[in-house]
Design a protein around this ligand. Structure first.
Ligand SMILES: *Cc1c(COP(=O)(O)O)cnc(C)c1O
Length: 846
């Protein structure tokens, strides 16, 4: 069954764009929304203190049951949201009035985590909230733990989007995040008998107090159907996409408050809803199930986040998610434009920019062309000038398995009109390529947006590059490699498009909120300004030789470790000791991130202790956490290995004084808030050239951890900022990796390191899998295989030596504290405020 675009007469669809809407209508809308003053209601909610708002919420029964702690959390969140409503409304109004350029940050992922604590911090309401809930004899920290993480992302890419939103609001920038309101976010990871087990993340089950539904922003997103061409009396072609099955996109707005600056930006999350009722005729003919099935098909779109980090599985539903987000967001942006400027798009690309977070929303390129041509009757050239004037693309990875290529036949079926436009973009662009490299037909094949070498596919990265005025990588090395490798030919064609924007993390969440003990010390020593200007942390270097300060620094780290010990005891039943070195690797489980190298090193330490070789050994607690994509067998096996090795280590009494090892289940934002303030040593040990940037590395550095790492991603910039005596560097660099690749012989490395040889011998003996013989064979096979892409064996010896240097350094408590302070002091450049300032100045020009 089909629901036609024009069949709908739904009152809530009043902002739907339709080419039939008359100029007059636009004008009246225009007059309604402009020219008014902002009405500052005299008794607005946020004029009341939080206490008063909360009382009203309780009196009105909105708290549900205030004796139930979860309901109390809910009531507090509702009250805090109300406090923001006035500024939220005003921010929206003023941005439109001021005719400032608007930025749309388009992302399939926003890994927000919890909101309550961070929101209170940004609004400066933490103390008042503490007092409010004290009347119910609960403390705020306890209530905060009842909030479910908004896990609408996989890892670094999604968390970057969240950090960027915070920085944009803090820096008073008119930036709207556009994403999907997945019913189920990132799965919950359980560990059963050492294996990862995934559970659905029903994060909305207790209600979501933060969002506000905005039905006046509903739009229709078309799917399937077919294309028609009409020629008008002047001989011009008009394309239409007919017999579509439309899905309603419903806007859920989440407030994004700045840091004590009265700005509240918006994260607009779209939810899919079947069009009003079903086809009644079909219903009356008794095909009720068919009708309901259609409803499910529509609402399926926003049901679940795809749990793949740095890989794509090419599922049709994923493409529908991408188009749904892109189309809904662009229609929304165009509706706002038409409301305020009428149908004159002359200034559109001067006043709008869309930042594409990877190629996931790259389908926005042909979609904007379609909307401008088919809905607003612009010609190709005009539409292209606008589209290519406002699209900017951020690349996040060089891994081939993560580069999106959609089968043409999938587009043919789901998005036939979009396919026509992609073909036309490609034809015109290849014309340009042919002019640039006359007679070079290989170039045309290599650079074509359509890959015809096998089953025809659309290379989404190429589409994004062709249409964008800016293409950026996310760390210096990564951008360098894009220019010299993956996108080399595009760099030759358009050198000016390419630029670097090294990632960053927000100091509000990752320092002020996560590490209140350290934040208090920074306030005392540096004043409170550091939170908005993180370069002020440099001032810590003045205290490097004050023993009392070093003492205080170490005491804070110790207290943070005590907190983490409690968590690890509760979740893993493993006893960590805060006096020991905390050696931590937490991130998605992926072969390129080389958790395996870390585990091999743990096995080596285990053997050392077993042999009684413990002179000068520094007692260590090793922590690994992270989720494996459910379809990634090798990553899941690495999780199992970590758990089995941990079991053996922790059950051996000889290890107690020297080595403890835990795998913490369900790594997420909330876990990281506890982990990074308590870490001594941050493991950033990816194969050089594979980690685009990393952001976990920055959170750790900010919180005073030292890094053991390869010359990869932003590690290089961290090393530069802190100095090589405060960073444990090891392993091959990206160039050496490339040179070794063709003649890599792991056996050479295994034979030349008796330590690695012993580790592999023990692993092969089945010592860690006595009850499940053979299960780790794929891991052993990979390590010994000459085409193992991550070259784990090659870097083992260098890693082991760097770990010895770590231990040696840790023995000198004073020196370690000084190096720790220098790490925090040098982390100012990795604030996402610095990153966003660069986006603002070089790309967005707002
Ligand atoms: C910061 C963060 C990441 C990214 O970590 P990397 O080490 O850069 O891969 C992933 N997941 C969560 C929950 C994070 O907070």
């Amino acid at each position: 069954m089909t629901v036609h675009h024009n069949d709908l007469n739904n009152e809530s669809m009043n902002s739907m764009t339709s080419p039939a809407r008359s100029k007059q209508e636009d004008k009246s809308v225009n007059e309604q929304s402009l020219g008014g003053e902002f009405v500052d209601y005299p008794h607005c909610n946020s004029c009341d203190p939080l206490t008063a708002t909360f009382q009203r919420v309780v009196i009105n029964g909105l708290s549900r049951d205030e004796n139930n702690p979860y309901d109390l959390f809910h009531a507090l969140a509702l009250s805090v949201k109300e406090q923001m409503m006035h500024d939220w409304r005003r921010t929206r109004f003023e941005d439109i009035q001021a005719q400032r350029k608007q930025v749309a940050y388009l992302s399939l992922e926003f890994l927000m985590g919890r909101a309550l604590g961070n929101t209170l911090l940004n609004l400066g309401l933490t103390e008042e909230a503490e007092q409010v809930v004290q009347q119910y004899r609960v403390d705020l920290a306890q209530l905060e733990t009842l909030e479910h993480d908004a896990g609408l992302g996989n890892g670094g890419l999604g968390r970057l989007a969240a950090c960027f939103l915070d920085s944009c609001a803090c820096m008073d920038l008119p930036v709207t995040g556009y994403g999907i309101r997945y019913e189920y976010g990132m799965f919950t990871q359980k560990i059963v008998n050492g294996y990862q087990v995934e559970q659905a993340d029903r994060w909305l089950k207790g209600g979501h107090p933060w969002d506000v539904i905005a039905p006046n922003h509903n739009v229709l997103v078309p799917f399937y159907g077919r294309c028609e061409v009409h020629v008008d009396h002047e001989g011009r072609q008009h394309h239409t996409w007919v017999d579509t099955q439309d899905v309603i996109a419903v806007a859920y707005d989440v407030p994004v408050p700045g840091y004590r600056n009265n700005r509240v930006n918006t994260l607009r999350l779209w939810k899919a809803q079947a069009t009003e009722g079903f086809d009644l005729e079909e219903f009356n003919q008794g095909d009720y199930t068919e009708a309901v099935a259609y409803k499910n098909l529509a609402e399926q779109i926003t049901m679940v986040l795809y749990p793949n980090d740095s890989s794509e599985n090419g599922k049709e539903l994923r493409l529908r998610q991408q188009y749904f987000l892109s189309s809904a967001s662009l229609q929304d942006i165009l509706n706002t434009w038409v409301k305020n400027h009428g149908r004159d798009f002359t200034d559109f690309s001067r006043l709008n920019v869309m930042q594409l977070n990877d190629t996931h929303p790259a389908i926005a390129v042909p979609e904007l062309m379609r909307l401008l041509m088919d809905h607003y009757a612009l010609g190709w050239n005009e539409a292209w000038k606008i589209t290519s004037g406002c699209m900017a693309y951020t690349n996040h990875t060089l891994l081939p398995e993560a580069l999106e290529c959609w089968p043409v036949r999938m587009f043919e079926l789901i998005l036939p009109r979009i396919l026509e436009i992609v073909y036309e973009i490609n034809a015109r662009y290849l014309n340009l390529v042919a002019h640039h490299w006359p007679g070079d037909s290989d170039k045309l094949t290599q650079m074509s947006i359509i890959d015809n070498t096998g089953e025809p596919t659309i290379r989404m990265a190429y589409l994004a590059i062709v249409a964008s005025f800016s293409v950026n990588g996310v760390a210096g090395l990564h951008t360098q490699l894009l220019k010299s490798g993956l996108f080399q030919q595009f760099y030759a064609l358009w050198p000016d498009k390419f630029n670097n924007k090294t990632n960053g993390v927000t100091p509000r969440r990752w320092l002020a909120f996560s590490n209140p003990r350290l934040a208090r010390l920074l306030d005392q020593k540096l004043g409170e300004q550091w939170i908005e200007d993180l370069t002020l942390l440099q001032g810590l270097k003045d205290f490097l030789n004050e023993d009392a300060f070093l003492q205080e620094w170490r005491e804070i780290k110790k207290q943070n470790k005590v907190d983490l010990v409690t968590l690890i005891k509760k979740e893993c039943s493993v006893d960590f000791d805060p006096e020991m070195l905390f050696d931590v690797q937490v991130k998605r489980i992926h072969e390129y991130k080389r958790q395996l190298l870390n585990i091999l090193h743990v096995i080596h330490l285990y053997q050392k202790v077993l042999k009684g070789n413990v002179d000068n050994m520094v007692p260590r607690c090793v922590l690994i956490a992270g989720k494996a994509a459910p379809g990634y067998a090798m990553a899941k096996l690495i999780v199992k290995l970590a758990n089995n090795v941990a079991e053996m280590v922790n059950s051996e009494p000889l290890m107690q004084p020297y080595l403890r090892f835990a795998f913490l289940p369900n790594y997420n934002v909330t876990a990281m808030e506890k982990i990074c303030p308590a870490t001594d040593l941050s493991e950033q040990i990816s194969t050089a050239g594979k980690e685009a940037s990393g952001t976990g590395n920055m959170k750790f550095m900010m919180n005073g951890a030292l890094t053991i790492g390869t010359l990869d991603g932003a590690n290089i910039e961290i090393l530069e900022a802190v100095g090589d005596d405060a960073f444990f560097l090891f392993g091959m660099n990206a160039e050496e990796v490339d040179h070794l690749r063709p003649h890599y012989q792991p056996q050479q490395f295994i034979e030349s390191s008796s330590e690695l040889f012993d580790v592999l011998t023990l692993l092969k003996s089945g010592h860690f899998n006595l009850l499940e013989p053979g299960i780790f064979d794929p891991i052993i096979y990979a390590i010994e295989s000459s085409d193992e892409p991550w070259m784990t064996a090659a870097d083992f010896e260098s890693f082991r030596c760097a770990q010895q240097a770590v231990a040696q350094t840790y023995l000198d408590k004073k020196r370690w504290a000084q190096l720790s302070i220098r790490n925090t002091a040098s982390s100012g450049g990795f604030s996402s405020d610095a990153t966003i300032a660069a986006y603002r100045d070089d790309i967005w020009h707002v």
